[in-house]
Design a protein around this ligand. Structure first.
Ligand code: C2E
Ligand code: MG
Ligand code: MG
Length: 640
């Protein structure tokens, strides 16, 4: 028998006992009632009162015992306390500044408070029955939510920063705590999320970070941020095996502006300089103000010193135009120090120090100029930048010429083709060799224009020769490695052939062996496309580019040109050259290609090549490169 039952039984017995007592007393009281003497009447009244008091007491005690025993009283008290607690919770729930959201066990929203509506902009009816994913910002990856639910399910609670979306579409940060509420059986009954909008805190945090990393006058990155970016750039350049450049810019005689016109004008000047510099650079370049009148530039993906030098020149040229401050025209120059990764330094700090040292040199050299960390580099870079600049002008002003060098059939000695070789008729320096300017044109990207122009000229010339009855098997044109790697080459060649009307079979394109071997798969594809046009293909400077024989066999090439370096050692001077030339000839023959030797300067070299079955020859012994008008078609020197 359970304790509750025992208590109930006891309470019932007590109730019974008290009831019996009550009945007995009532009987006694009733007896006295029917006795109607005066004394009895007196007693009747007293008994009546006692009876009434006792009855009330008995009923009260019995009822209380019975109720207590059945637990009804406690339940009633608890219920009223619960009601009070709920009233308090509802008041807190609605008054709190934090947003509160409650979902049921299926994750559907069942409650939100007033702060929730204020923060999110949604009304209660708009979100009831919806899933909280309605507020997703799209800023977090799926893995973020997976980790959140994992913690929630294992620990029962998750707290953290989360970006959500308001009804207006604005994305904002929240600090959110989600808790699981379980029922008496441990089953999930609700999820309660409490959150606060931390955008204001975030904004002030961001403002503080911005202030710590930027120069207040120009709003450019300061030295701290710049050094950090330089370290990152160096690390990335190391991984990707790229170069990068760090330039330090200092305004010449800036102190004079400050001293003579005052600091307010000085500040305005610095702001104007920052704006002008910023407008000069595209993506991949970070501009910073290191302090005072010193600025710095970090150029990622700046592989060659020629690029850095060109950038420095651009900066210096950018100062040629006056700055207008308060309606006054002010002129100022700048000096630039350049340091390169990896050639000058391997760390960001060292790069900065070296660029500073280079800047010092530039200042000493008379300001308004740039200097590289090492002197010979400065001279070289200046020369190259000048050449690149002049070369652009040369193209515009028509200073380039095409020379033609005859190619002879070694068996008949007959002139059967020509190679087009570009020359630069410099107004001061005279004829400049392509060996000097082609590498610069390749680096500055001008090569595509030059090659296209030479090709156009050569094809036109070939058409003229054909019209005047000159019979030639081919005109050969050199294609630079840079151009050969581009897909547009195909269109360019097709365009030239269309424009000039030359039969493609008469055009031969020479590609160096190294250009082919740089990326053999791309080369193979490019060559097949060019072959489809009907042009001939030759590999120039063969023997210098470490060709894989297997790859060579797959190339749709009609000719190998033995590099002049091997021909120079023929026929007696160098046994290795002799052996190599023999192998190249045998190789070409075995693959069904023509062999063409260049750089033949002596008749003995020509005889050796003829004896060893080489097909074609070119070199000073036959003729030097010359303008088209000077070619002697009848010349056929006899190889004795
Ligand atoms: P390359 O295509 O191998 O041209 C042969 C070079 O050897 C020419 O030099 C030619 O003048 C020179 N040469 C010819 N016979 C002899 C000889 O008997 N002895 C010696 N020592 N040299 C001889 P050039 O014209 O100075 O051209 C040099 C290189 O410049 C060319 O080598 C070619 O790679 C490049 N080049 C020339 N013109 C162009 C062009 O229009 N476009 C491109 N992309 N490159 C060109
Ligand atoms: Mg060539
Ligand atoms: Mg060559």
């Amino acid at each position: 028998m359970s304790a509750t039952y025992r208590d109930a039984l006891r309470a019932a017995l007590l109730y019974l006992l008290l009831s019996v007592l009550w009945v007995s007393l009532s009987g006694f009281a009733l007896n006295s009632f029917f006795d109607d003497s005066a004394e009895a009447l007196h007693w009747q009244t007293i008994n009546g009162y006692i009876w009434l008091i006792l009855s009330a007491g008995i009923i009260f005690i019995a009822r209380t015992r019975l109720f207590r025993c059945l637990g009804i009283g406690a339940q009633l008290r608890e219920r009223s306390a619960d009601r009070e607690r709920l009233r308090q919770a509802a008041a807190v729930f609605d008054c709190t500044r934090e947003g509160v959201l409650v979902t049921n066990d299926k994750g559907l929203i069942v409650h939100v408070n007033r702060a929730f509506m204020q923060i999110t902009g949604y009304q209660r009816e708009e979100v009831m029955g919806q899933q909280p994913s309605l507020f997703k910002s799209g800023r977090h990856p799926a893995s973020f939510y997976q980790a959140m639910f994992k913690t929630l399910n294992s620990v029962g609670e998750w707290s953290g920063e989360i970006w959500n979306r308001r009804k207006s579409g604005e994305i904002y940060p929240q600090w959110q705590t989600i808790r699981i509420v379980r029922d008496d059986d441990g089953r999930v009954s609700q999820y309660v999320a409490v959150f606060s909008d931390i955008s204001a805190i975030k904004n002030s945090e961001n403002e503080l970070t911005h202030l710590a990393h930027h120069d207040p006058l120009t709003d450019l990155p300061n030295r701290l941020l710049f050094t950090d970016r330089a370290e990152q750039a160096v690390a990335s350049a190391q991984v990707h095996k790229r170069g990068c450049a760090l330039l330090v810019i200092d305004l010449d005689h800036f102190k004079m502006i400050n001293d003579s016109l005052g600091h307010t004008v000085g500040d305005q000047m610095l702001k104007a300089v920052a704006e002008r510099l910023l407008a000069m650079f595209g993506p991949g370049i970070t501009l910073a103000r290191l302090g005072g009148d010193e600025f710095a530039v970090l150029a990622e993906g700046c592989p060659q010193l020629v690029h850095a030098a060109a950038l420095a020149q651009r900066i210096i040229d950018g100062f040629k135009e006056a700055f207008v401050i308060d309606g006054n025209q002010l002129f100022i120059n700048a000096s630039v120090g350049i340091s390169l990764f990896p050639s000058d330094a391997l760390s960001a700090a060292q790069l900065l120090r070296n660029a500073d040292a280079a800047l010092f040199k530039a200042k000493n050299a008379g300001r308004d100029s740039y200097a590289l960390y090492t002197e010979e580099l400065t001279a070289q870079a200046q020369q190259r930048v000048e050449t690149a600049f002049e070369l652009r002008r040369a193209l515009e002003q028509d200073e380039l010429r095409v020379y033609y060098q005859p190619v002879h059939d070694l068996k008949t000695s007959r002139l059967i083709g020509v190679e087009a070789l570009v020359r630069w008729e410099h107004p001061l320096r005279g004829l400049v060799s392509p060996a000097e300017f082609i590498p610069i044109a390749e680096r500055t990207g001008l090569i595509a224009e030059i090659d296209a122009w030479v090709m156009q000229q050569a094809c036109q010339q070939m058409c003229q020769w054909q019209q005047s009855g000159v019979v030639l098997s081919f005109v050969a044109v050199n294609v630079s490695a840079r151009l050969f790697a581009r897909r547009e080459l195909y269109q360019q060649v097709a365009q030239v052939l269309r424009d000039t009307g030359l039969n493609p079979a008469f055009l031969e394109l020479e590609v160096t062996e190294s250009a082919v071997m740089d990326d053999p798969e791309v080369a193979l594809e490019q060559m097949h496309r060019l072959r489809e046009l009907g042009v001939r293909l030759a590999i120039d400077d063969f023997g210098t580019g470490y060709s894989s024989l297997l790859r060579l066999k797959r190339l749709p090439v009609q000719k190998l040109k033995i590099d002049q370096g091997f021909v120079a050692g023929l026929p007696w001077d160098d046994d290795d050259d002799v052996a190599i030339v023999r192998v190249i000839i045998a190789l070409a023959k075995s693959m069904g290609m023509q062999v063409h030797a260049e750089g033949i300067e002596q008749v003995e070299q020509a005889s050796f090549l003829l004896e060893h079955d080489c097909d074609l020859g070119q070199g000073y012994w036959f003729a030097r490169p010359m303008p088209a008008a000077q070619l002697d078609w009848a010349r056929a020197p006899l190889i004795g």
